[in-house]
Design a protein around this ligand. Structure first.
Ligand SMILES: Cc1cc2nc3c(=O)[nH]c(=O)nc-3n(C[C@H](O)[C@H](O)[C@H](O)COP(=O)(O)OP(=O)(O)OC[C@H]3O[C@@H](n4cnc5c(N)ncnc54)[C@H](O)[C@@H]3O)c2cc1C
Length: 498
């Protein structure tokens, strides 16, 4: 592969993993990132001595990172220390309903029994029923490209047998009846931008991925993962260009020729785009069929998020809060419909509270606490006056934290920062300012999702949340694995023909 030049656009986990893989294969890779720092959604905000993980906080399936280091003859555990997070989550419902869970059913089931006795054995049945979903959706097909309709037809009987056409909510409801417990085992699609009422039952596997491979947090925060991948890429001879936007992918005779990056023409034998899939096709490539443009503008997109980052001048965090906390609001199904369908900001909300200092105190100066509070909100296909609405929403959120967990919370805040749908659109260049690109539904998954190799432009490959297999760190790392396979295969063919 020596002598072949590859351009990677974007340094999210998908882009970084693709860059490492291809550089390790002997290509010369140039990675362009429009922001001044790498990581994309996983970038870090540093302010007033605090370090806030900008986006992802839960690391699962760490073997996908290990693979990247092995490719380069290095060891992941020498580069990053992953700390186990136990319990995985603390889930708060209405009133006294609380479930703390980890990977051990013996720890989880007695709590379920106390809430609704039949659901404890139901949980074991759920785990058994979801196991084939994990095997099929993640272990067997996770790194398979779905490039042809026949690829989809081949797996359709299995998907039907596994009831992948059902929603996660319905699938879990077969085994778990209690409304709060049903929430506890159906919220996972929200972590990848999915609506639990619509996302295919296949995504019930996320719970099992956590159970099988654990929930981890990197010492030093997500930044240490991003920095380790950047160092690996550069050690291999890759070239990283920060603060350099790719404005256009150059195409001639339906083949990529390179990109315009930082205003300069850069020739390339292949281009791997980790920019949002919709942005790639709608903005960066000018030569796509109008049917594709239409399909992309009519597709269903994931929700967006607002995240408030708080630096707190105390380390006296209430004992009730764990590292990962999910607080369900008074409504579940209807609130989801408000976010995904009606696209409004309701008076009530569900929260995810991230307290990394519980696992790694280095996220804050000594005696202090770094925390983030996340609320799912509609994407920019809504008509919301964001600044006004989000100001009011923050007031309600802070009041609820004070009432339920932490009296006087506000008075400890000494540093604050916020991201919202406009950040996803303007800073991360994401179509409609979504948190996770295309919504993961069966009709937008696998072959129905933007492919990892463009069917219209030879030499163009896509990785990241908007492509197959989808959002979340494991998903985007797998997309890079697929892209590597395709690039190598295609380059060999070109060489064979030459
Ligand atoms: C708040 C939040 C919390 C999350 N929590 C979790 C979690 O706990 N666990 C989990 O597994 N997943 C989580 N996710 C999902 C996960 O973070 C994402 O799916 C994943 O990180 C996205 O990676 P990506 O490869 O798609 O790239 P992105 O992170 O989307 O990065 C794309 C990069 O491309 C750059 N770019 C765009 N256009 C251009 C251009 N024209 N030129 C140059 N560069 C460009 C952008 O600046 C960006 O850096 C979370 C997401 C969010 C938003």
């Amino acid at each position: 592969m020596t002598g072949k030049r590859i351009t990677v656009i974007g340094s999210g986990f998908g882009g970084l993993a693709a860059a490492v893989r291809l550089q390790a294969r002997g290509f010369q890779v140039d990675l362009f990132e429009r922001l001044p720092e790498p990581g994309g959604r996983a970038r870090t905000f540093q302010m007033g001595g605090y370090q806030f993980d900008g986006g992802p906080t839960v690391v699962t399936a760490p073997f996908l990172f290990e693979e990247l280091f092995e490719l380069a003859g290095q060891r992941f555990d020498r580069a990053v220390e992953l700390l186990p997070v136990d319990p995985f989550y603390k889930l708060f419902g209405q009133g006294e309903n609380v479930l703390t869970y980890n990977g051990d059913p013996a720890f989880v089931m007695p709590q379920m029994e106390a809430i609704h006795a039949p659901d404890a054995p139901g949980y074991l049945q759920f785990l058994r029923a979801a196991e084939p979903l994990l095997q099929k959706g993640f272990v067997e097909l996770g790194a398979e490209p779905f490039l042809r309709a026949t690829d989809m037809a081949r797996v359709a009987p299995d998907l039907a047998r596994l009831r992948a056409y059902e929603s996660v909510y319905r699938f879990v409801g077969r085994y778990i009846e209690h409304p709060f417990l049903r929430q506890c085992f159906t919220f996972h699609p929200l972590f990848i931008g999915g609506n639990p009422l619509k996302a295919s039952a296949i995504y019930a596997m996320i719970h099992l991925i956590e159970q099988r491979w654990g929930v981890w947090y990197p010492r030093g925060g997500m930044r240490s993962l991003v920095e380790a991948l950047v160092a690996l890429f550069c050690d291999l001879g890759g070239r990283l260009h920060l603060g350099t936007s790719v404005d256009r992918i150059l195409v001639s005779n339906a083949r990529v020729e390179g990109v315009i990056a930082g205003g300069e023409r850069v020739a390339a034998d292949a281009v791997v785009s980790n920019a949002d899939a919709a942005t790639t096709y709608l903005q960066l490539v000018h030569e796509i069929p109008s049917s594709v443009r239409r399909r992309l503008t009519r597709a269903r997109y994931s929700m967006s998020l607002v995240v408030w980052y708080y630096g707190l001048a105390t380390d006296d965090v209430p004992d009730t809060l764990a590292h990962h906390n999910i607080v369900f609001g008074p409504r579940y199904e209807d609130l989801i419909r408000d976010i995904f369908e009606r696209k409004i900001i309701a008076d009530d909300f569900s929260l995810y509270l991230h307290v990394p200092t519980r696992t790694d105190p280095s996220a804050a100066p000594p005696g202090k606490t770094a925390m983030y509070v996340l609320v799912p909100v509609p994407n920019l296909a809504s008509t919301i006056a964001w600044d006004e609405e989000l100001g009011r929403l923050e007031e309600r959120v802070l009041s609820s934290i004070e009432a339920r967990f932490w009296p006087g919370f506000r008075r400890f805040i000494e540093v604050r920062h916020r991201i919202d749908p406009l950040y996803f659109a303007n800073d991360l260049n994401t179509y409609l300012g979504t948190g996770f690109s295309l919504e993961p539904r069966l009709t937008q998954s696998a072959w129905f999702r933007p492919h990892n190799r463009s069917p219209f432009i030879r030499g163009l490959y896509l990785v990241g949340a908007g492509t197959h297999p989808g959002a979340g760190i494991p998903g985007v790392l797998l997309s890079a694995k697929i892209a590597e396979k395709l690039v190598v295969r295609d380059m060999r063919e070109v060489k064979g023909h030459a």
